[in-house]
Design a protein around this ligand. Structure first.
Ligand SMILES: Nc1ncnc2c1ncn2[C@@H]1O[C@H](COP(=O)(O)OP(=O)(O)OP(=O)(O)O)[C@@H](O)[C@H]1O
Ligand SMILES: [Mg+2]
Length: 210
């Protein structure tokens, strides 16, 4: 039997429950974001998959084997750090640096590679953590290989990030679609395809009791 133990600070849980109640909702259960994300993005494949939630303040990493969560870790470098790097390297206000980040991304062909160059050191820090997670998993599970990376979260919209991660980590990377497993409503048709990955945690949480 395999047991998954999850620990969280009481302070954090109390605060979250308070916010949910203040919004007039009744919380029925609590789980970590990674569990929700993995639920909505995992398909029927039995492969070993590395999930990335590329957020604003942190990047969360999870590895699943046959749909089962085996490893998680978090890096305190994400979207905000990328914008800060562009801001300081190119001498721009934060808001303008954010626009540059979203327009040019990590594509060396854009703006003479100036934006890509500014954000590469922060992305490299993320990639190093991904490397370590892969190595840790593969050392503990001899003969098993991480087959794919599935990314979600706002920073996964960074132009060129899929190609950059595939090349740098050496593992095929794609952006996750949490609506693959659910019946699409009319409302969903109006949602731009590229922003579907922003709902991975919300959709996974909604699928919990199904
Ligand atoms: N088109 C885009 N290109 C690049 N980055 C983007 C784009 N759209 C949003 N982002 C970045 O995504 C980040 C927000 O993502 P997300 O909503 O997943 O974060 P969060 O869940 O609030 O943060 P965290 O998980 O760190 O607490 C911001 O840093 C924002 O700049
Ligand atoms: Mg997040």
């Amino acid at each position: 039997m395999t047991v998954l133990l999850v620990a969280a600070l009481n302070r954090l849980i109390d605060k979250t429950v308070k916010v949910v109640k203040a919004a007039g909702l009744v919380p029925v259960s609590i789980e970590t974001e990674m569990l929700s994300m993995v639920r909505s993005l995992t398909d029927a494949s039995k492969d070993i998959i590395l999930f990335l939630d590329l957020g604003a303040k942190s990047v969360d990493i999870a590895i699943t084997d046959n749909g089962r969560l085996c490893l998680t870790r978090s890096v305190a470098t994400a979207g905000e750090a990328l914008t800060r790097s562009i801001s300081s390297e190119l001498g721009l206000e934060f808001a303008q640096a954010e626009e540059y980040k979203r327009a040019y991304g990590i594509n060396p062909a854009n703006l003479n590679g100036k934006v890509a160059k500014a954000i590469e050191p922060a992305m490299e820090a993320v990639a190093k953590e991904v490397d370590q997670a892969v190595q840790f998993f593969q050392t503990a599970n001899k003969g098993k290989m991480v087959k794919q990376i599935i990314a979600s979260g706002g920073t996964s919209l960074l132009p060129h990030i899929v190609l950059w991660l595939t090349k740098r980590v050496g593992v095929e990377t794609e952006i996750g679609d949490p609506f693959k497993k659910v019946v699409a409503s009319d409302l969903l048709q109006k949602l731009p395809k590229e922003s579907r990955c922003l709902y991975a945690i919300a959709v996974g949480l909604a699928m919990k009791e199904i």
